[in-house]
Design a protein around this ligand. Structure first.
Ligand SMILES: [Zn+2]
Length: 156
């Protein structure tokens, strides 16, 4: 079925095991929804052996790595990243939410010091729960949850 839908890419990144319906949010997180130069394929609602339905993104000639993966883990905790070179998977890893998150998400408390324009305080959270995601602000103690995060990642 997948072979019919999308051909293999020669070089690039494949993000697999994205929860069904979340592929376009992942694209926004990666900033690729506005990138008119990237060649990418978004496959939604494909069958997954492990988790029912899933989404998948194939990005040609781009290698995704580093901190941005922590962001993907916030909404796609089981996502895997495959780095493809010359049609072979040369690297494969799972996104992993660290115990602490810095600078990725904003605190849901509007009067938190991390949201103040006058103070340069980096938002810092401890990860209280991974599924469903729940973050606790180290400064004000307020929880930031899945819905807050989705809203932040999808606002214009
Ligand atoms: Zn806070």
């Amino acid at each position: 079925m997948e072979g019919i839908l999308v051909r293999k890419i020669r070089d690039g990144t494949v993000i697999d095991h994205i929860p069904a319906g979340m592929a376009f949010t992942v694209l926004r997180i990666l900033g690729l929804h506005r990138d008119v130069d990237s060649r990418l394929a978004v496959i939604v609602n494909t069958d997954s052996r492990k988790h029912g339905r899933k989404d998948m993104i194939k990005i040609e000639d781009k290698y995704i790595g580093g901190d941005i993966l922590n962001k993907i883990a916030l909404i796609a905790p089981h996502a895997t990243i495959n780095i493809i070179k010359d049609f072979d998977i040369v690297e494969k890893y799972r996104v992993d939410l660290p115990d602490n998150i810095e600078n990725v998400v904003r605190c849901s408390n509007p009067v938190c010091i991390t949201n103040s324009d006058r103070e340069a305080v980096t938002p810092t959270f401890s990860v209280v729960s991974k599924s469903p995601i729940r973050l606790k602000c180290k400064y004000c103690g307020r929880y930031t949850e899945f819905e807050d995060i989705i809203n932040q990642f999808t606002e214009k």
